[in-house]
Design a binder for this molecule. Structure first.
Ligand code: C2E
Ligand code: CA
Ligand code: CA
Length: 684
């Protein structure tokens, strides 16, 4: 039960409690509608048990709305001997059958409890409708009134049964209630009507001669058989015959359900397409039967890696699909993709042969990447092909992947080897004190020196690196380089800090803090000399996990900076609870602030606010002396931008430091030039 959503667990406990409470009702007197001999009752009870032991959809091994012939006989007992005996027989039979079928304890109890409640509902209906008891007519269900009560009770029994199980299924599988019923409601109604309609007949027939009762098993057997056949047909239309998994049709339906559930609950849903690598070769060299065995092996492996309500489908050939409804965030989807990939990579033993498969996984997310089944599947497909082409375990869709021009795809492929080939370099851009104009630190900015395409800017490859997981290696590389340089600057008399940009995935990586600690240890750089820049949007994407990540990093003694401040929609009241030291006002507010009055006002109030929160404020994108002066008049602490220096290679940066140490930038006219460009807010 612990893998179920909390709402489902609560519901199940509620059903248990209601069934226990119902016992009180059974103690009240309930006159039966008919009167039968004890041996008839005994036979009805035996048939109830047999019916439970052979549920109609058992041959399909499917869990869901189960249909059993036991209902016919239990309902007959209700009519003939009242609710207490009926409930006892049905609940006990269900428990025996479920224990035999090795269902988990909570399912055993749930089925028994829901049967008790069905009998209560039907029994209450009988009590209400049967009218004054008249011995001469009721005993054989011969009055119309009694028959009417019996039929109404059958209807109530059915509706209660389907509702209680339907709600449990919907909650457990995180599906809308309607979609649970959509799959086989019509069939359930017809089959249940047929089964329950036989109950009064069983009572009357049994009373005439108990030996007639087994004869009833003949029509029941026919009904049973035809129900099973139609269920099998239904099942075949939506399932793959080789693996028994849902097929493309059902996969699309489940995707649609997941979209609707997510839009109602304000959660997200993930679609994953998985293609086995080199499956064709295995099939061709080892034969189809080995190929089939692999495909049959894959389904259960994937199912073990996801939650009970998630769907694993075979879409055809060696392509599988997974739908994950009701996820809290994108990172969870990425984590699951990792688990699925791992599950696939386990070795398989077939005919004494140890084989290994791998798969490429493409992920798309509702609502981020599309609002309908077709779009989401198409985008997951794009991501899957990128994963395959670039030998990544999984790739999450990103619009940049759509421009799958050959050169772009090639770039994705080359990214992997570029690191080993030493094509990445780190450039440094100074941060200076606005007051003294002396360098206080530098930001490390990565560049890809591509052998043919020249310098590729980070905006062209960082998103891809983030999608493919290579970002961890890139960040590790930049941190290593940056700390090395920081040490060199100190050796040359420049005691300044170095800042490194983090990606969302890095911040959420549980192993990252230990890596940083190790790098600090190896290089001997003091922790407070390292600044980690995290963008505002990144924190707000998953505030709780981000906070944990930040707290752990802060514990190491490194400084934390909120980058691109002002571009996200974070509430300052939230940011101030985070262990941050610095705020970098985004360059979009700074670059034109000498012309744009509102930019200047925003910057001033942001500086005021940040100071009140005890944060250092850095302005980025400073391109002119005027901007620098204006920032000084506002009280901003540090500045960064082309005016001081563009990002430059490590050697040039050290030369810049040497040249600029002790040099004061001319600030003489700052106050004269900008006396009161912006209103000075005294106290708010
Ligand atoms: P960012 O962190 O906001 O970095 C500042 C960007 O502004 C840099 O672009 C820098 O060259 C540019 N810039 C600096 N001064 C000025 C100026 O006065 N005017 C204007 N218009 N721009 C200026 P760059 O180097 O192209 O980096 C772009 C983004 O790529 C960075 O934005 C950062 O988000 C990301 N990035 C760069 N290196 C790394 C890295 O090592 N790891 C990660 N995760 N992201 C990185
Ligand atoms: Ca930055
Ligand atoms: Ca920035």
């Amino acid at each position: 039960m612990n893998r179920l959503p909390a709402s489902a667990s609560r519901y199940i406990v509620g059903v248990y409690a209601a069934a226990v409470a119902a016992v009180v009702w059974f103690l009240l007197p309930h006159a039966p509608l008919a009167d039968v001999e004890p041996e008839v009752l005994l036979l009805l009870a035996v048939f109830t048990l047999l019916g439970e032991l052979r549920p109609i959809n058992a041959p399909l091994g499917r869990e869901g709305l189960e249909l059993t012939t036991s209902n016919t006989f239990a309902f007959a007992i209700l009519l003939a001997a009242g609710p207490a005996l009926a409930a006892l027989t049905l609940a006990a039979s269900a428990m025996v059958a479920d224990v035999v079928a090795r269902k988990s304890w909570w399912k055993v109890l749930f089925n028994a409890a829901q049967y008790v409640l069905c009998i209560v509902a039907a029994g209450v209906t009988v009590d209400l409708l049967k009218g004054p008891v008249d011995e001469s007519t009721t005993t054989m269900l011969s009055s119309n009134r009694a028959l009417f009560a019996a039929i109404a009770a059958a209807l109530v029994f059915f509706v209660t049964n389907v509702s209680i199980t339907g709600v449990a299924l919907a909650l457990a599988q995180r599906l809308p209630l309607l979609s649970v019923f959509r799959e086989d409601f019509a069939y359930q109604t017809i089959a249940n009507t047929a089964l329950l309609a036989l109950a009064p007949v069983a009572v009357v027939v049994g009373n005439a001669n108990v030996l007639l009762l087994p004869l009833l098993l003949v029509p029941l057997g026919v009904a049973y058989r035809s129900a099973t056949v139609s269920l099998e047909k239904e099942h075949q239309a939506r399932h793959d015959s080789l693996t028994g998994l849902p097929n493309r049709l059902l996969f699309r339906q489940r995707t649609d359900d997941a979209i609707q559930a997510a839009s109602r609950q304000g959660t997200i849903a993930a679609i994953m397409l998985i293609d086995l690598d080199r499956f064709k070769e295995v099939n061709d060299t080892l034969g189809h039967h080995v190929g089939d065995r692999i495909l049959q092996w894959v389904g259960p492996r994937l199912q073990e890696a996801v939650r009970p309500g998630d769907t694993v489908a075979r879409l055809g050939g060696d392509e599988f699909g997974v739908v994950l409804p009701g996820l809290p965030n994108v990172q969870t989807a990425i984590d699951v993709a990792g688990r699925l990939h791992e599950a696939l990579s386990q070795p398989i033993k077939i005919d004494g042969l140890s084989l290994s498969t791998t798969g490429s996984i493409g992920v798309s997310i509702y609502p981020e990447h599309g609002a309908d089944v077709d779009t989401l599947m198409q985008r997951a497909d794009v991501a899957m092909y990128v994963a395959k082409d670039t030998h990544q375990p999984s790739v999450t869709y990103h619009p940049s992947l759509d421009h799958n021009s050959p050169s772009r795809l090639a770039l994705v492929g080359e990214l992997q080897t570029a690191l080993e080939a030493g094509q990445f370099v780190v450039h440094y851009q100074p941060k200076v004190s606005v007051e003294t104009q002396a360098a206080t630190g530098a930001e490390a900015l990565i560049r890809w020196e591509h052998p043919r395409q020249g310098v590729v800017p980070p905006s062209d490859f960082i998103p891809i690196a983030e999608q493919t997981g290579l970002i961890h290696a890139l960040t590790a590389f930049v941190i290593g380089q940056a700390l090395g340089e920081c040490k060199r600057w100190a050796a040359n008399g420049h005691d300044i800090s170095v800042a490194v940009n983090l990606s969302p995935r890095t911040l959420l990586d549980p192993e990252f803090p230990a890596f940083v600690a190790e790098q600090l240890e190896v290089t001997g750089v003091q922790p407070h000399r390292l600044v980690l820049e995290i963008t505002e949007t990144m924190i707000m994407a998953d505030p709780e996990r981000s906070r944990q990540g930040l707290v752990e990093l802060r514990r190491l003694g490194v400084r934390l900076s909120v980058d691109d401040y002002g571009t996200g929609h974070s509430s300052l009241s939230y940011l101030k609870q985070l262990p941050i030291n610095e705020m970098k006002i985004d360059k979009s507010f700074i670059t034109n602030m000498t012309e744009d009055h509102s930019d200047a006002v925003i910057t001033r109030s942001t500086v005021d606010l940040a100071h009140r929160l005890g944060l250092t404020v850095v302005a980025e994108g400073v391109e002119t002396a005027e901007t620098s002066r204006l920032l000084a008049s506002i009280g901003c602490d540090e500045a960064q931008g082309y005016y001081f220096s563009r990002p430059v290679p490590a050697a040039s940066f050290l030369a810049w430091l040497d040249r600029n140490s002790g040099r004061a930038w001319s600030l003489d006219d700052a106050d004269a030039a900008f006396p009161a460009v912006i209103p000075v807010r005294s106290n708010t």
